[in-house]
Design a protein around this ligand. Structure first.
Ligand code: SER
Length: 887
């Protein structure tokens, strides 16, 4: 049975039982605790936690969620069941059915005959586990389903108690396993062998709340949840491996074609050697994960999600090379996996070109890295060996990784080949330090300080009501004050304090738009608000300075948004939507948004695109955006469901949950439709001019457009005009003649410089015969050693070459140094007979260079260098004389 059909049967089974079918959320949800969605229940978290009411009829839902887990990346291909990307099919009950329902529904789907819509698995091969004291579940399995008692095993917290690994909903679970037969391992059920007995479905009975602790079951149960919920997860890939009767999850209909493609490209054969098989499987697994990540907007980078993507792509490339590939391989693998995945994920078709472009760019860069990194590694290894050591330092390995993007596993492998080890303890230490720095930086940047626990209570119990879309002032109550990360009850004039209000008109930084500025006023009390940040999407934190009076909990206060600030930020935000729309018109839909910033007068828009934009493209984007301003298009905001928004064609759907009410901002009907929580002008003319400053690269596969908006755009243009007219008047030309005039000036300057250079050379050479008079004889060799003033390295070369030619008939050495500002260029030249006698220019500049703090190199007949220590020139000459006389 094809994987696509396994998915369909799952959804149909639960829809027939009254569940709402919920589409998979993006792999990237706006959840700071997660890099990627890693379980089917993640998008439903707010309903389990009781933060939101589930919007599903019957309180039940079903989904097939895209998941990525990269913790076990080393296991990929080694075991038979580890995929970094997988599809988790689940059914969820929020207070509707509980254990009995969950067990019956799962069993029916697994064992119902094919013609009745089930998977037709042999019930005799199914085993189940339950939590130690969960008699209730055990009894349902035995009495109601008829699983014999010997195929029901009881396991402890580590195996059969599920939580998200953090405080929150938790509960005992019951897992269903499929016995793949004695050829896969020993008898005794899943408690004994989890390779032979393959876990295919986890039924979690979410009924408790857990406290702090770790993932492995060391945590306290705080009490019962108000509702008894069900969260289940069936591994689609594992069921596919069973139903397709293949050995492992890498050989199913979705991944096997990638293995075949890899055989073709590399010339190696799958199934011959375990070591190679692991590489084939890594390629198949990672190609899919990488493709799905790029699809959801991730681009390769050196941190966070982007780093994981980069690592996956690099592992594919390396595996292919180890299997024998020489050129580029990614395109083939990625396009193969796109073919197999598209029926279940039709959106791949629209993104094909973009995904291929991101992959190709990354591969090109990595192949270069491989080349330069290999050279660097060889140098490091040679140094280690020449100093009689056998261990490559952890610091060097870290630098190879950090500066040159050289993966540590590659360093390890190459070290082993060179008979060396790597100091991994030091490497790990430096990596950990770097990670900690990056993490602290990121958090600190956002919230001023790292620990958010101080806000927890307000986030849970008093989320802020925002009324700033319609009003810029309003009354509210101070419900919290935070100073230096501590909750306080009051603050006085001069204090900096974070103010939490029950309701606010002030926009908090989000969606790229900066937080509002403004004032909080109550009688004599005035606070200046310098920033507003949002915590956990729910709590508005006003960063403020108490200018006069004092503020305390419970105080009634009037909030006043700085309307000029807001106006500017709003113009910039609508301006960003105009640029985004214009960009897509010019570059096509593959230019996907990757980030943005809007502050008064300025906007920045990052998008995934690998090529540099031409001037003509930039001009066209600017024109389209300003034409939209000129047409004075109406800007409408519409609150609707995520589904409706998608139907309207809204862009930027990441980070939203099914069932969420979303805000759609529409400019001029189809011109621009985006999901956006920001503030916007009412009609496009209010944005004012949009002046694009230029575009640049921001890391692999992403580019940035920057622009001024509103009055700042006008100021920018008028400054440019003033600049042009100033230039024109000093060059006595009309502004439109400037380009030609400047070009002809530059050309004249160039030819004048050339002429000066010629004259200088002639002058130098005219002096050459004078220099010859200073020649001295040391042993059988003639030495011309002279210091000159203010002569460049290039001129020294001309002169040395001339002198050498003049002395060609004898054994002679020329050594010239010059004091040119704070530099000391120097050069040595040796005639053919001097070279024959073993006097090499390279050795002479090395000797000399030591005295002037410089280094140099070149060929035996001529070598050059540069130093910085003027005081050492004479000693340098003396040293060279010594070399000559000691021969
Ligand atoms: N949340 C559980 C899991 O991830 C069941 O869906 O295994």
């Amino acid at each position: 049975m094809q994987t696509h059909e396994i998915r369909d049967r799952f959804t149909n089974h639960f829809v027939n039982l009254g569940h709402t079918a919920v589409p998979s959320a993006s792999l990237i949800l706006d959840d700071p605790t997660l890099l990627f969605v890693n379980a089917g229940m993640v998008p439903f978290k707010p309903y389990f936690l009781g933060q939101q009411n589930p919007p599903f009829e019957n309180g039940t839902a079903t989904s097939i969620q895209k998941c990525v887990r990269t913790l076990d990346i080393e296991e990929v291909g080694v075991t038979t069941r580890h995929n970094t990307f997988f599809q988790m099919a689940g059914n969820f009950s929020f207070g509707a059915y509980f254990k009995e329902g969950a067990i019956k529904h799962a069993w029916a789907l697994l064992t119902n005959p094919l013609e009745e819509g089930g998977y037709g698995l042999d019930p005799e091969r199914l085993w189940v586990t339950v939590y130690l004291d969960d008699d209730e579940a055990a009894e349902i399995w035995e009495k109601q389903i008829g699983v014999p008692a010997e195929r029901i095993q009881r396991l402890g917290m580590e195996d059969n108690y599920w939580s998200m690994g953090i405080p929150g909903p938790a509960g005992p679970c019951s897992e269903i396993y499929y016995d793949r037969g004695p050829e896969y391992g020993q008898d005794g059920g899943p408690a004994v062998d989890d390779n032979r007995y393959l876990e295919i479905w986890n039924l979690v009975f979410m009924q408790f709340e857990r406290g702090e602790g770790d993932k492995k079951g060391n945590f306290e149960i705080l009490g019962e949840l108000p509702k008894k919920n069900i969260d289940t997860g069936m591994g689609v890939e594992r069921v596919a491996a069973i139903l397709q009767d293949v050995d492992n999850v890498y050989e199913t209909d979705l991944l096997r074609p990638v293995i075949d493609a890899a055989q073709e490209i590399t010339g190696s054969v799958y199934g011959e050697k375990h070591e190679n098989d692991v590489r084939f499987r890594v390629i198949a697994d990672h190609a899919r994960t990488a493709m799905m990540l790029v699809l959801d907007g991730v681009t390769p980078s050196n941190e966070g999600r982007g780093y994981i993507l980069r690592r996956l792509m690099r592992r594919i490339i390396r595996s292919a090379r180890l299997l024998g590939a020489t050129g580029a391989t990614l395109e083939k693998f990625i396009s193969t996996i796109m073919d197999t995945m598209t029926p279940s994920f039709p959106e791949i078709a629209d993104n094909r070109e973009r995904i291929l472009r991101v992959s190709a760019t990354e591969e090109k860069a990595f192949l270069k890295t491989l080349e330069s990194g290999t050279q660097l590694f060889d140098e490091t290894a040679a140094q280690v060996k020449s100093s009689g050591k056998t261990v490559v330092g952890g610091h060097e390995a870290f630098q190879l990784h950090d500066t040159y993007g050289f993966p540590i596993d590659l360093t390890l492998e190459m070290a082993a080949e060179a008979g060396l080890e790597v100091d991994m303890a030091q490497f790990d230490k430096e990596m950990a330090e770097q990670r900690a720095r990056a993490k602290a930086d990121n958090k600190a940047k956002k919230h001023g300080h790292v620990d958010e626990s101080v806000y927890r209570d307000w986030v849970d119990n008093n989320p802020t009501e925002f009324f700033g879309y319609s009003d810029l002032t309003g009354e509210s109550t101070v419900i919290g004050l935070v100073s230096n990360g501590q909750s306080v009850t009051s603050a006085q004039a001069g204090d900096e304090v974070e103010v939490i209000l029950d309701a606010t008109p002030m926009y908090a930084e989000s969606g790229g738009q900066t937080g509002d500025r403004g004032r909080l006023v109550s009688g004599d009390t005035v606070l200046e608000v310098t920033d507003v940040q949002k915590i956990a999407k729910k709590l508005w934190v006003h960063k403020a300075t108490v200018v006069s009076g004092g503020v305390e909990l419970g105080q009634k206060i009037t909030s006043e948004v700085d309307s000029a600030w807001r106006h500017g930020a709003t113009q910039a935000h609508t301006g960003t939507h105009l640029i985004h729309a214009a960009l897509r018109q010019v570059l096509g839909p593959t230019a996907v948004q990757a980030g943005s910033l809007n502050r008064p007068g300025y906007l920045r828009f990052d998008f995934n695109y690998t090529d540099q934009l031409s001037d003509a493209q930039l001009e066209e984007i600017t024109l389209i955006a300003n034409q939209a301003v000129d047409r004075n298009l109406a800007v409408n905001t519409i609150e609707t469901s995520l589904d409706e928004a998608k139907k309207m064609g809204a862009m930027a759907l990441f980070g939203e949950n099914y069932g969420d009410q979303v805000r759609v901002v529409e400019i001029g009907g189809p011109f621009s439709i985006e999901l956006c929580g920001g503030t916007h002008v009412d009609s496009s003319a209010e944005v004012g001019p949009v002046a694009v400053l230029g575009e640049s690269s921001v890391g692999s596969g992403a580019r940035r457009i920057e622009a001024y908006s509103g009055i700042d755009a006008f100021k920018h243009y008028s400054k440019e005009a003033a600049l042009a007219s100033g230039l024109a008047s000093s060059l006595k030309a009309k502004p439109e003649e400037l380009p030609d005039r400047i070009q002809s000036l530059t050309e004249r300057l160039k030819s004048a410089e050339k002429e000066i250079q010629n004259l200088r050379t002639q002058q130098l050479l005219a002096n050459a015969s004078g220099l010859l008079e200073q020649a001295e004889t040391i042993g059988t060799t003639t030495l011309v050693a002279v210091t000159l003033d203010g002569v460049s390295g290039a001129d020294l070369r001309t002169l040395a070459s001339d002198l050498k030619n003049r002395l060609a008939g004898q054994s002679a050495v020329v050594l010239l140094a010059s004091v040119d500002g704070d530099k000391v260029p120097f050069i040595a030249a040796a005639t053919p007979s001097a070279v024959d006698e073993g006097l090499k220019s390279g050795d002479l500049v090395k000797t000399f260079g030591q005295y002037v703090g410089g280094r140099g190199g070149g060929k035996p007949d001529m070598a050059q260098g540069s130093g910085s220590d003027v005081a050492g020139v004479d000693a340098g000459f003396a040293a060279v004389r010594d070399v000559l006389s000691s021969r």
